[in-house]
Design a protein around this ligand. Structure first.
Ligand code: TYD
Length: 147
């Protein structure tokens, strides 16, 4: 699918919370993510945000191809997704609740609690070419939805 098709079709109805398996034990809990089983893509990259100031605003971009799974492995933060027509916010505050984010959605991440860690699994390797960082360009790419 080309970039314009992805942005014309992407919708916040396609993002969802995926509840991960939890193995709980008196010595601690364990959660697992298996490619194409628990999540709808094959993970090519993992990154994580940490040492995040409480007033930080992360994100501020959309991806053309890259799908993500976002998890608050520690603490709490808010992810707001926007498909050009509608927005939806998710408070992530459990390490077993993962947010699946398809391509083509604008994301903002903020309201980080102290010591929070934001883990992100992605379907693509890092490429700056995959980013749309200009909000006006995003609005242009999603224009068809607002007609
Ligand atoms: P960015 O994706 O904008 O972070 P966030 O969405 O969390 O605010 O990336 C921040 C910087 O880090 C940017 O200069 C690109 C760089 N970066 C990499 O080099 N590799 C990566 O895998 C990622 C995600 C970012």
């Amino acid at each position: 699918m080309d970039k314009h098709e992805i942005f014309a079709k992407s919708t916040i109805e396609d993002c969802r919370i995926i509840e991960l398996m939890r193995n709980t034990h008196r010595n601690g809990a364990l959660s697992v993510i298996e490619n194409n089983e628990d999540i709808p893509f094959t993970t090519k990259r993992i990154y994580y945000l940490y040492d995040i100031p409480g007033d930080a605003e992360r994100g501020g971009h959309a991806h053309c191809d890259n799908q993500s799974l976002i998890i608050a492995v520690s603490g709490c933060f808010t992810v707001t997704l926007n498909d050009g027509k509608a927005t939806k916010s998710f408070i992530l505050n459990r390490p077993y609740k993962a947010l699946y984010v398809p391509a083509g959605l604008w994301r903002e991440i903020n309201e980080f609690s102290s010591g929070s860690v934001c883990l992100v699994l992605t379907s693509e390797i890092y490429s700056e070419d995959d980013y749309v960082r200009d909000y006006d360009e995003f609005l242009h790419l999603t224009e068809a939805k607002r007609k």
